[in-house]
Design a protein around this ligand. Structure first.
Ligand code: SF4
Ligand code: SF4
Length: 308
C-alpha cells in the first residue's frame, strides 16, 4: 500500500523502549542484550509525551515520527500515546504485529489519516496466520499496514513461498536486506551471487528501493541531512544524527531539554554505508529517488548542500 502520509520537513525515528515479546537472532537489541538496554527505557504517560513532542512541534511544525524499538505495542498505554502525539505529528509504527488485543484498542483510538504501520514478519518467532489476520484487521479499520520480510540467511529458504502466501491474501511482501554477522560472514557482503539472484527474483526486479543495500554503495562523505532534517531519539531521550552515529559523544542533546535544537545544515556522512535506509528521510528527495530507482548516489556540491 502506498503511504498516505505527506513528506514532512523533519522526520524523527523514535526508539521508544527496549522491550519486546520476541527474541529475533538478527535483532541489534537481542545481540546487544535486552536486560542492559532496558535500563535506558523511559516510561512516560501520554500527557507527558504530548508535552515533549509539543515543544518539537513549536520549533519544527508537524513532523513525521517513526516509532520503533522493541515492540511499540508493548509500551504501556501505547494507543493513548499515539492518540495524543498524533494530534501534533504524523506517526509510522514498526511492529511485529503480534499484539492482537492492543490492536483492538489501537484502531478505536488512532486516526488512519495520521498513523500508519509497517509490519515485519518474523517467521522464526511468529506464525503466519495470526500475523496476516492482524494486518488485515488493521487494513479493514482503514490503516495503511505494509508487510516486510528480512532476507536473513536462515529464513531465506521459504521467502518465495511466503511472498506467494501473502499475495494470496492480497498483501505485497517487501523484502529487507540483512546487515549483520551470520556464521562469521558479514552481510550483505557475504551474500553469494546465487543468493542475491534469489532475493532479486522474490522482489521481482534488479533495481528498486528494496534492492538498495544488496550491493552496498559507499557514501564517500556525502553531505547528509541526518541531524538536520532527520534524527534518532533513543529510549533515554538522547538524540543522534542517525542509527549509525549513536556514540554518546555524537549526541545532539536530549529531547527532554527545552533548548534542544537540530543542526541548521546538513553535514558530511562519516561512515562507509547507509545501512538502515535512513537516507530515505535524511537526503534530498532527488537523491533518494536516484538511489531507489537507478542505484546511484548523486554527488551534491558543498554549496548546494549548505542550502539544504
Ligand atoms: S520483533 Fe523487532 S524488536 Fe523484537 S526481537 Fe524481533 S527484530 Fe527485535
Ligand atoms: S548517509 Fe546514512 S549513515 Fe550517513 S549520516 Fe546520513 S543517514 Fe547516517
Amino acid at each position: 500500500m502506498e503511504s498516505r502520509l505527506p513528506r514532512r520537513r523533519v522526520v524523527f525515528a523514535w526508539d521508544m523502549h527496549y522491550s519486546c515479546n520476541y527474541r529475533c537472532p538478527y535483532c541489534f537489541y537481542t545481540t546487544t542484550g535486552w536486560t542492559k538496554l532496558a535500563e535506558n527505557s523511559n516510561y512516560k504517560t501520554p500527557e507527558e509525551w504530548k508535552e515533549v513532542w509539543g515543544r518539537i512541534h513549536q520549533k519544527y511544525g508537524r513532523c513525521q515520527l517513526r516509532i520503533t524499538a522493541g515492540e511499540p505495542f508493548t509500551y504501556p498505554q501505547f494507543p493513548d500515546v499515539v492518540r495524543a502525539v498524533s494530534e501534533l505529528h504524523d506517526i509510522q509504527v514498526t511492529s511485529n504485529c503480534s499484539q492482537t488485543e492492543a490492536f483492538r484498542d489501537f484502531v478505536k483510538k488512532a486516526d488512519p489519516s495520521r498513523v500508519e504501520l509497517d509490519c515485519t514478519f518474523h517467521p522464526l518467532q511468529g506464525e503466519f496466520e495470526p500475523f496476516v489476520e492482524n494486518v488485515l484487521f488493521l487494513r479493514r479499520a482503514g490503516f495503511v499496514a505494509n508487510v516486510c520480510y528480512l532476507a536473513y540467511p536462515p529464513q531465506m529458504g521459504p521467502m518465495a513461498e511466503f511472498k506467494k502466501r501473502f499475495e494470496g491474501r492480497g498483501i505485497y511482501m517487501n523484502m529487507a536486506i540483512f546487515w549483520g554477522n551470520h556464521q562469521g560472514g558479514q552481510y550483505p557482503h557475504a551474500y553469494t551471487p546465487e543468493e542475491k539472484d534469489r532475493i532479486k527474483a522474490v522482489i521481482g526486479c534488479d533495481v528498486s528501493a528494496e534492492t538498495v543495500g544488496l550491493d552496498p554503495i559507499p557514501i564517500n562523505g556525502k553531505i547528509c541531512g541526518a541531524g538536520q532534517r532527520y534524527a534518532v531519539v533513543q529510549g533515554d531521550g538522547r538524540v543522534y544524527r542517525c542509527g549509525q552515529l549513536c556514540h554518546k559523544d555524537q549526541s545532539l542533546g536530549s529531547i527532554f531539554d527545552p533548548r534542544f535544537e537540530l543542526f541548521k545544515k546538513g553535514r558530511a556522512c562519516v561512515v562507509d554505508y547507509c545501512r538502515c535506509k535512513e537516507y530515505q528521510s535524511a537526503w534530498e528527495e532527488e537523491d533518494v529517488e536516484a538511489l531507489n530507482r537507478r542505484g546511484t548516489i548523486v554527488a551534491r556540491s558543498d554549496k548546494e548542500a549548505s542550502a539544504i
